[in-house]
Ligand binder design. Structure first.
Ligand code: AMP
Length: 144
């Protein structure tokens, strides 16, 4: 039985499927379920070449992500304190959180925004490699 399940959430419509699968895993009575979303620095998309002040964009994306994550948590019957918003590279932040918080299962979608054409999305792939615990990649069918 799992004691702390970490669910990786991106803003795709697959998030609900991934959360439902996580909630269906065997867990002890006192088990925790945490939703995590990692916001990637906006500048990554531009290779940092364009001298723009992206702090407002970053802030508004953060607010959107937070609102959406809290909504998903509520729908799953989880407290908003079980939402973790981090900043950086998704796989690195997910691994760090998992190691620091005794996570024993990470649940992730087999693809999200960027992985429609791939068997395993790039984030799922990176999370699997070097994970400090079990990883469940929830298969997301094309028709979902
Ligand atoms: P992708 O690699 O974009 O196809 O995403 C595959 C899965 O990785 C998604 O279904 C989510 O479970 C997870 N994921 C993708 N991006 C993030 C992110 N920024 N933060 C947390 N989880 C993510």
């Amino acid at each position: 039985m799992y004691r702390h399940i970490l669910v990786a959430i991106d803003p795709s419509s697959e998030a609900e499927t991934v959360i439902a699968k996580a909630m269906a895993q065997p867990r002890s009575n006192a088990a925790r379920v945490t939703l995590i979303h990692v916001q990637e620095p906006v500048g990554y998309a531009y290779g940092g070449d364009i001298p723009l002040d992206l702090s407002e964009v970053t802030e508004s994306l953060r607010e959107q992500a937070e609102t959406q994550m809290k909504k998903l948590a509520q729908e799953a019957g989880l407290d908003s304190r079980n939402c973790e918003l981090r900043f950086g590279r998704p796989a690195t932040e997910i691994h760090n959180f998992a190691s620091d918080n005794d996570v024993d299962l990470i649940v992730i979608g087999s693809h999200g925004r960027s992985g429609l054409q791939l068997l395993l999305g790039s984030t799922a792939n990176s999370v699997l490699h070097g994970a400090p615990c079990d990883v469940l990649a929830v298969r997301i069918g094309r028709s979902d």
